[in-house]
Design a protein around this ligand. Structure first.
Ligand code: NAD
Length: 291
């Protein structure tokens, strides 16, 4: 069993991005600039946004953090998005999800200029992705693909099972794995899937994006499978310093011995997600993605 080490890979990719930023600056080019909009004080969202901002500093990007409280109206948020769309200094921006209930998430995503949509959530980017055209790929699926590529995991002709059909992880990853270049035969499983255990047992590559701690058990995993654990779940643990700790959607201790490759949690896909956002922002700064 080999670990797909997100910590090592993300540090490697950050160094590569930092070198590219330096070379752009040496040629008199503009420093990439990412903005993030965070509404409210959800602890997980705050942690994600602060790690994104910190990572920008590590690679030499500029970053702007726009903090608003949950009383913001949808129109006020749309105005902020419009300003970011118009601001030539901002190359890309994200609006951290989830949003407060009174704000229509889809309306917010639709308002983002697709050329600055470095989260890859706008239907223009999703559609281009589905057709194999240049697009900003959603950060988590992009991070998973980068891990598979950099560890030379064979995907062509393999049976991939993705469990979870969210718009930000499961659905786009299932599309990407089926596309030319990755060439998997993909099954997208979800909460209504029948015989999930048997379906998972067919997987050469099994992706868990469910949001239920240790949902994928050893009996669901074929010997020699590649297991990608996207889940990030905080569970109580009296032995941990803070009384809680993070676990994935995979029962790591029992599943890992059966695998050829597996991602740990923490230290796996989560770190790759942040790096993919940086990669998208660099591309946006170079204005190469959308015509
Ligand atoms: P979501 O809550 O939007 O969707 C969960 C999916 O799991 C749904 O499609 C549902 O059909 C499926 N599901 C639920 N119960 C099931 C069951 N019993 N059997 C089969 N399928 C079932 O999830 P999401 O936003 O994709 O997040 C999934 C997990 O990934 C969460 O733990 C989240 O925190 C984590 N996440 C991690 C990253 C990262 O960077 N590593 C990014 C996004 C999400």
């Amino acid at each position: 069993m080999q670990l797909l080490d997100g910590k090592f890979l993300s540090e490697t990719i950050k160094k590569e991005i930092a070198q590219q930023v330096q070379s752009i600056q040496q040629k008199g080019g503009k420093t990439p600039h990412l903005a993030a909009v965070l509404i409210g004080d959800n602890p997980a969202s705050k942690a994600y946004v602060s790690s994104k901002v910190k990572s920008c500093a590590q690679v030499g990007f500029h970053s702007t953090l726009i903090l608003k409280n949950t009383t913001i109206s949808q129109n006020e948020l749309l105005e902020i998005i419009d300003d970011l769309n118009q601001n030539d200094d901002i190359d890309g921006f994200i609006v951290q999800l989830p949003l407060p209930k009174h704000i229509d998430e889809q309306a917010v995503i639709m308002a983002i200029d697709p050329r600055k949509d470095v989260d890859g959530f706008h239907p223009m980017n999703v559609g281009r992705m589905a057709q194999g055209l240049p697009a900003f790929l959603p950060a988590t699926p992009f991070g998973v693909l980068e891990m598979l590529k950099r560890y030379n995991v064979m995907t062509a002709g393999k049976q991939a099972v993705v469990v979870g059909r969210s718009n930000i992880v499961g659905t786009p990853l299932s599309i990407l794995l089926s596309r030319k270049g990755w060439d998997c035969t993909v099954t997208l499983a979800h909460s209504r899937t029948q015989n999930l255990i048997e379906v998972c047992q067919t997987a050469d590559i099994l992706v868990a994006a469910i949001g239920i701690p240790r949902f994928i058990k050893a009996e669901m995993v074929k010997t020699g499978a590649v297991v990608i654990d996207v889940g990030i779940n905080r569970i109580e643990d009296a032995t941990a310093p803070k009384g809680t700790r993070l676990v994935g959607d995979v029962d790591f201790e029992r599943v890992a011995p059966k695998c050829s490759f597996i991602t740990p949690v923490p230290g796996g896909v989560g770190l790759m997600t942040v790096v993919s956002l940086l990669t998208n922002t660099l591309q946006a700064a170079k204005q190469r993605v959308l015509g």
